[in-house]
Design a protein around this ligand. Structure first.
Ligand code: GLN
Length: 247
């Protein structure tokens, strides 16, 4: 893969200091390791509050989870400063991975404690903080990222917000175990081309290394599978996570 090896993967983490709970750094580390193990260069940049976002500046944009209070600061910044750039990334088929708090901000709004936080409107969904307990626990979902390629994603969820897909928004997967978007409709996450939102963390990518590879390949527009790695440990973690979720 000479083209990939010379170009490398450029990842941009949005608000890495504020939107970063439940192993978001682990997700970024795993992307780095799986690139470097294959001789693919890796570059990690970041974009914080007030920073303009260059839609061509990275191959993969990452938004992690956050507490409501930190999410609030980021929501206004995303909507006011970075919205157009993120829409441009999505338009050109770039990859945006958003986890939990970040996922909630991909939609139209996050209603919490009497206030509507704006979303970036990349996907047709809303999130509402309703009465009732937080949705916490191990979770497993079935996904089909490519036609006919069904896999299980295993992880952990902990969110107060309930997310509802609208219109023709497509879920990322079908809940096998856990709550997913809202604990009611059996859907989890959202997928629109290269834009993926999910409630799974704990951490998402080390427990599902195959998803990391899919993201790397898609971000670099590599046709065909990446070079195989010795994934014994990752597969054991995946099996443990599936066992914990009871699937
Ligand atoms: N603050 C959001 C919620 O509770 C997201 C939490 C998270 O990222 N884990 O719904």
């Amino acid at each position: 893969m000479p083209d990939v090896a010379t170009r490398g993967l450029r990842v941009c983490a949005l608000y890495p200091d504020l939107m970063n709970i439940y192993a978001d750094r682990g997700n970024l580390l795993l992307l780095e390791r799986r690139c470097r193990w294959r001789g693919i260069d890796f570059e990690l940049g970041s974009s914080g509050l007030g920073d303009e976002l260059d839609p061509e500046g990275a191959d993969l944009f990452y938004i992690g989870g956050g507490q409501d209070r930190d999410q609030r600061r980021c929501a206004f910044d995303l909507a006011e400063v970075k919205r157009d750039a993120l829409h441009e990334v999505a338009r050109r088929g770039g990859v945006i991975l958003a986890v939990c708090g970040g996922y909630q901000l991909l939609g139209h709004s996050y209603r919490m404690a009497g206030e509507d936080l704006p979303g970036v409107g990349l996907v047709d969904l809303i999130t509402v903080r309703e009465d009732g307990p937080r949705l916490i626990g191990n979770v497993a979902i079935e996904v089909e990222l490519e036609p006919g390629w069904r896999r299980v994603l295993a992880g952990f969820e902990n969110h107060g917000g309930r997310t509802y897909l609208r219109g023709d928004a497509e879920p990322l997967g079908r809940v096998l175990k856990g709550f997913g978007n809202n604990g009611r409709d059996g859907f989890e996450g959202v997928r629109a081309g290269g834009v993926i939102g999910t409630y799974l963390h704990g951490p998402l990518l080390p427990k599902n290394a195959w998803l990391a590879d899919w993201l790397i390949a898609r971000s670099l527009a590599v046709a065909g599978p990446l070079a195989a790695l010795d994934d014994g440990l990752e597969e054991a973690a995946h099996a443990d996570a599936r066992r914990a979720a009871g699937v």
